[in-house]
Design a protein around this ligand. Structure first.
Ligand code: ARG
Length: 466
């Protein structure tokens, strides 16, 4: 580096350049504002690489010691905020190396032996995504615990279950909340699957073809917590499907959060009045003094768009790329970082809203009794007690619903004589299945909404939670 004649050319790669880039080129090329988030992973990767180079006799131990000490100092400076960033140094890799040179001098130049920024950035990025997965897994688990607590509390709380957002059959609030616990379990599973495939080390693939130095890629892989080195050097530097899988899992999680947010918004409307969101996650209106707007839930619903966008963004960036590295890939980080941050805050806010909403159980019960929600229970009773085929029972029940509708009453408010006018075989016993409590208690098939099953599901989940 010391023999580069033209000081305006790039100090890292400008040996055959006589001038620096256009100002606009420098701006489009610089990624430091985004990839500075990789500093910890970058220094960890360099540390592992340096130790391996020394162990393999590729680097004199004295230089390695100086480099390792210098890297530690750079890490400390960045973490304490005592570090100067410059657009001309392009990215985090060059920042760390340039600062290392300031600190230890020429020996710093040996660190990049048998390495390229291509395998370096692929390694850093995998490490970052792996950390993000572990962090998001913790957030997902917190949300599940919040849901679980409310599900246990409300295992007996009856609310309407909907299809088409029309009252269908009574369910319990606990059962409804446990449905999301299931979704978030699968989300965690998707992140774990992605983590398994991600956990291979690209370090040592060098620019694209591997290197002539006698590296020990297994050693660096192990030092960085990877399961093994990647098997193909071209794939190592070109592949970003680990980030795509992360974004796909993130997008699905965001979509689950958005559905739930939508429900919280609907439930908290005065028309529904099922729940009241706490002051902590709502805001008032500057003009309408009575308002409590569900901003937290709306933002969770709205921010799902950013996460979906991140997936589409990276898919599009990668789709036309020939092997191996292309600079387009520098665009990979921003969507991933943004999706991870967005998802983390959405998970935290959702957990907060779950923990402190108040449930209007009387309102939910009353609503569950509307819409002839126990019509299926009547049909099932006809099948069970009078041995009527279900299709016929369905028809008879339809007539009972029509009769009740005409009189403006619920099914259980019809008299026995009125019910017998629909089918003569109906007895007093039918009333035992027409309440919403009886309805939910009877739904004991595996995975059903019966309160005892909800409690059991919550208990099982708690026991399996590591
Ligand atoms: N900042 C670059 C990126 O994020 C590092 C790799 C640069 N490699 C290169 N051949 N120019 O992709």
């Amino acid at each position: 580096m010391s023999d580069i004649k033209n000081p305006s050319a790039n100090q890292m790669w400008g040996g055959h350049y006589s001038q620096g880039p256009a100002e606009t080129m420098a701006r489009i090329n610089a990624s430091i504002d985004v990839d500075k988030a990789l500093y910890r992973q970058d220094i960890a990767g360099s540390t592992a690489h340096c130790q391996m180079l020394a162990a393999q006799g590729i680097l004199p131990q004295a230089d390695a010691d100086a480099i390792l000490k210098g890297l530690e100092q750079v890490l400390g400076e960045i973490e304490s905020g005592d570090f100067t960033y410059s657009q001309s140094l392009e990215d985090i890799h060059m920042h760390v190396e340039a600062r290392l040179k300031d600190i230890i001098g020429e020996a710093s130049g040996r660190l990049h032996t048998a390495r390229s920024r291509n395998d370096q950035v692929a390694t850093d990025f995998r490490l970052w995504v792996r950390d993000a997965i572990d962090h998001l897994d913790g957030e997902l688990k917190n949300l599940q615990l919040a849901l679980l607590a409310r599900a246990e509390e409300h295992s007996h709380t009856v609310m309407p279950g909907f299809t088409h957002l029309q009252v269908a059959q009574p369910v319990t609030l606990g059962h409804h909340l446990m449905a999301y616990v299931e979704m978030f379990s699968r989300d965690r599973g998707r992140f774990q699957d992605a983590r398994k495939r991600l956990n291979e080390s690209p370090l040592g693939a060098a620019a694209l073809a591997g290197t002539s130095f006698p590296l020990d890629r297994h050693a660096t892989a192990k030092a960085l917590g990877f399961d093994r080195p990647t098997a193909n050097s071209l794939d190592s530097v070109a592949a970003r499907d680990f980030a795509l899988e992360f974004l796909a899992a993130s997008a699905i999680t965001a979509q689950h959060l958005s559905r739930f947010a939508e429900e919280l918004i609907i439930w908290s409307s005065s028309q529904f009045g099922f729940i009241k969101l706490s002051e902590s996650f709502t805001s008032g209106s500057s003009i309408m003094p009575q308002k409590r707007n569900p901003d937290g839930a709306e933002l969770v619903r709205g921010k799902s768009g950013r996460v979906f966008g991140a997936l589409i963004s990276l898919l599009t960036t990668c789709k036309g790329l020939t092997l191996a590295y292309n600079k387009d890939l520098q665009e990979d980080k921003e969507p991933v970082f943004d999706a991870a941050d967005t998802l983390a805050i959405c998970l935290q806010v959702t957990a907060g809203m779950v923990s402190d909403f108040t449930a209007n159980t009387a309102r939910m019960r009353e609503s569950a009794m509307s819409g002839y929600s126990t019509a299926t229970d009547l049909a099932d009773w006809l099948v069970r007690s009078l041995n009527i085929p279900f299709r016929d029972a369905h028809h008879i029940t339809g007539r009972a619903v029509k009769l009740a509708e005409g009189k403006g009453v619920r099914l259980d408010e019809l008299s026995l004589a009125e019910l017998q006018s629909v089918h003569s075989g109906i007895t007093q016993d039918v009333f035992s299945v027409l309440t919403v409590e009886a309805s939910v208690a009877s739904r004991k098939s595996y995975g059903g909404t019966a309160p005892e099953l909800v409690q059991q599901a919550a208990k099982t989940f708690r026991e399996n939670l590591k």
